[in-house]
Design a binder for this molecule. Structure first.
Ligand code: ARG
Length: 460
């Protein structure tokens, strides 16, 4: 072994310890081992198919790579920081196993196109895994929405009770958000699914390689079209992080609602012991820790997006070592989003509405005031603005008397608007209100059941 384990030809001395430490990525990029080996095998097969590598060398390399894979999978592989990264670690071990022919694998290739390929392959798998998890969350939301299609609760704007809705309808709002999140992940997957392998360092290669062959054998739709872009681009990771950030924000909104709903003050939902924890000092407590942690996850996921955007900003073409900073943040975001989705799916399955508290939440705040205004428009042919004004006076009267709108006497109501008849009471109940909201996308229980069925067909 020369003084410099990797670059002995040009380097007379080894790196300083700090250089080795700042340079090494093996601690985190070892996660790319399966993709790295798959990429190398595809490259090797292509080199053989096009006469760039002999069949014998190719067979040795391919079998050697299989052995390395098994060693890593079974925990027998020794990762070395002195060998910088996963690419050099695999290649060095291959050389130990098969000897000099290992050195031929890197023909017409560079770590620049290698890492870009590995990372895209990894992210593609991560996206597929996330989509499966999001599908489970979708199922939990749709099942629960269908089950509680006619459980009434206050719908809020400004966190003020606004109009009655059903719990099912509320959950279906998240079904839509998750649907778009999955759509964004699918878009991202489609755009990233082009193969940089064969771009070599940045300019392509003089060897008669077949980039279409490696691209298709690795399941890519096509090779990337420009060799410089191939090694310089990381927008596939930025796009993933942007998508992950939006999805995490959606999860955090639902998490926050669960925190609110599970509080004693609301008591809208019950969470079992499976998704709560106790307090070390207050024996009565049951805290919604999972929901709180999901609420917090956008902190690190948006942080990851921000970190990578800032790393990439202003980087000149093509590859720069700066770009090695792309992996930890992406791994961390993918891991934490995955955990958050899994926890949310479990919590949605687990949670049961407290129907009485939800209905009680509709006693105050005059949630059927809009129904009353609509009645004035429909039955008395009042312009909506006037109806709004009359209803406002009726709300003020009810508030003064300390009663709900449906508890005002007809005589009281007629002091505000003499043409009001007792028919008005038919629209003042909470159940009548939700049943009447049959417009497309509205909260009527029959709508909710139909929407849940359609969501099932669309997403599951
Ligand atoms: N570990 C490197 C990374 O993650 C691999 C590519 C290294 N390329 C280079 N020219 N030094 O970016």
């Amino acid at each position: 072994m020369t003084a410099n384990e990797m670059w002995g030809g040009r380097f007379a001395a080894g790196p300083s310890a700090i250089m080795e430490q700042i340079n090494a990525s093996i601690d985190f990029d070892k996660r790319l081992f399966a993709q790295d080996i798959a990429g190398s095998k595809a490259h090797c097969a292509m080199l053989v198919a096009h006469g760039i590598l002999s069949k014998e060398d190719g067979d040795e390399i391919s079998q050697g790579l299989d052995k390395v894979l098994i060693e890593i999978e079974t925990g027998k592989f020794e990762f070395k920081a002195a060998l910088e990264d996963i690419h050099m670690n695999v290649e060095a071990r291959l050389r130990e196993l098969i000897g000099d022919s290992a050195g031929r694998l890197h023909t017409a290739r560079s770590r620049n196109d290698q890492v870009a390929t590995d990372f895209r392959l990894w992210l593609r798998d991560a996206i597929d895994g996330l989509d499966t998890q999001f599908a489970a969350l979708h199922k939990a939301l749709i099942d629960k929405a269908e089950k509680h299609a006619d459980v009434v609760m206050p719908g809020f704007t400004h966190l003020q009770a606004a109009q009655p809705v059903t719990f099912g309808h509320h959950l279906l709002a998240y079904v839509e958000m998750v649907g778009r999140d999955r759509g964004r992940l699918a878009d991202c997957r489609k755009r990233l699914n082009e193969c940089p392998l064969g771009a070599a360092a940045l300019a392509g290669t003089s060897f008669p390689i077949d980039r279409h062959m490696t691209a298709s054998s690795l399941g890519f739709d096509a090779p990337t079209r420009n060799s410089m872009d191939s090694v310089a681009a990381r927008d596939f990771a930025m796009e993933f992080l942007a998508t992950a950030s939006i999805a995490a924000v959606h999860l955090s909104r639902l998490a926050e609602e669960i925190v609110i709903w599970a509080s004693q003050q609301f008591n809208f939902v019950h969470l079992t012991d499976a998704f709560t924890t106790g307090s070390s000092i207050m024996p009565q407590k049951k805290n919604p820790d999972a929901a709180e942690l999901i609420r917090a996850k956008p902190g690190r996921i948006i942080g990851s997006l921000n970190a990578l955007l800032v790393v990439m900003k202003g980087l000149p073409m093509t590859y720069g070592k700066d770009m090695q900073e792309d992996k930890e943040v992406t791994f961390d975001a993918a891991d934490n989003l995955s955990l958050a989705v899994a926890a949310m799916a479990g919590m949605v399955e687990d949670m049961e509405p407290n129907k009485t508290a939800m209905r009680d939440g509709l006693v105050n705040g005059f949630p059927t005031a809009t129904d009353l205004a609509d009645w004035l428009v429909r039955v008395l042919n009042m312009p909506f603005r006037d109806a709004h004004h009359v209803t406002g006076s009726l709300v003020a009267l009810a508030e003064k008397n300390g009663v709900g709108l449906d508890e005002l006497t007809l005589g009281d109501m007629q002091t505000v608007e003499p043409r009001i008849t007792k028919d008005v009471y038919s629209v003042l109940s909470v159940d009548a209100s939700v049943k009447s909201r049959v417009s497309f996308g509205g909260t009527a229980p029959d709508n909710v059941r139909a929407a849940a069925r359609e969501a099932r067909d669309r997403y599951l």
